[in-house]
Ligand binder design. Structure first.
Ligand code: ADP
Ligand code: 5GP
Length: 205
């Protein structure tokens, strides 16, 4: 069976994760972006089934009970989770599966799927730049922005848990680095069956 690989991205809201995926999408070949489920309300311009699956708290808790999530976490007071089934299907098709999830989700995916996971933390180099981007995006009110900046401070402390850090100041350079990391994630997929490779090597002696 073909096996895929996971490219897991984290970073504060407004760091530019969606922008980087968009900027690199033509260069990184066939991939599946894991659409998360959330109890957060849609922002202006966000679409059901494209940005997220937007559900009620009750429905999310039903899905937790049913064991539907690969991982889930509470972020900024809302539930966010990754459904297992579509990820399994994409991996079995040999695809690169891209996650945009928080540091708690990263720990859970590492614990379950470390062998096929490559991760990158994405952030601008300063909190000021992050604040400017959140304000320029015009999608969040003041209290949400304050909460996101506060959360960013604690997320930054987890950078060391990631394989790569991409500093998204100059967009072009960050996109190039993102493409390299995506290629590395695919290479990791190919080196997964090391034990099988060794066996086959000696069987041909
Ligand atoms: P995230 O997906 O991490 O929440 P977005 O991709 O929505 O972040 O980016 C947040 C805002 O910052 C958007 O308005 C985007 O256009 C802008 N942005 C992204 N990267 C850069 C960059 N390198 N320089 C300046 N603005 C950027
Ligand atoms: P936003 O509300 O800005 O779309 O996302 C807020 C945070 O939730 C971001 O850090 C994002 O990476 C994280 N997030 C989005 N989807 C998931 C998910 O399925 N699981 C986890 N653990 N975090 C998620």
């Amino acid at each position: 069976m073909k096996k895929g690989a996971i490219l897991l991205l984290s970073g504060p809201s407004g760091a530019g994760k969606s922008t980087l995926i968009q900027g690199a999408s033509d260069a990184i070949g066939d991939y599946y972006f894991s659409i998360s489920t959330t109890t957060r309300k849609p922002r202006v311009g966000e679409k059901e089934g494209v940005d997220y699956f937007f559900v009620s708290k009750e429905d999310f808790e039903e899905d937790i009970k049913a064991g539907d999530f690969l991982e889930y976490a509470t972020v900024h007071g809302n539930y966010y989770g990754t459904s297992l089934k579509p990820v399994r299907i994409a991996l079995s098709q040999g695809k690169l599966v891209i996650f945009d999830i928080d540091v708690q989700g990263h720990r859970l995916v590492r614990a379950k799927m470390n062998a096929i996971t490559t991760s990158a933390f994405i952030t601008p180099s300063t909190l000021e730049a992050l604040e400017q981007r959140l304000r320029a995006r015009c999608t969040d009110n003041e209290s949400v922005i304050v909460q996101r900046l506060q959360n960013a401070k604690s997320e930054i402390e987890a950078i060391d848990e990631y394989d790569f850090l991409i500093v998204n100041d100059a967009l072009d350079q960050a996109v190039q680095e993102f493409i390299m990391v995506a290629n590395v994630a695919r290479l990791k997929q190919n080196s997964e069956d090391k034990a099988k490779f060794i066996l086959e090597w000696f069987s041909k002696e």
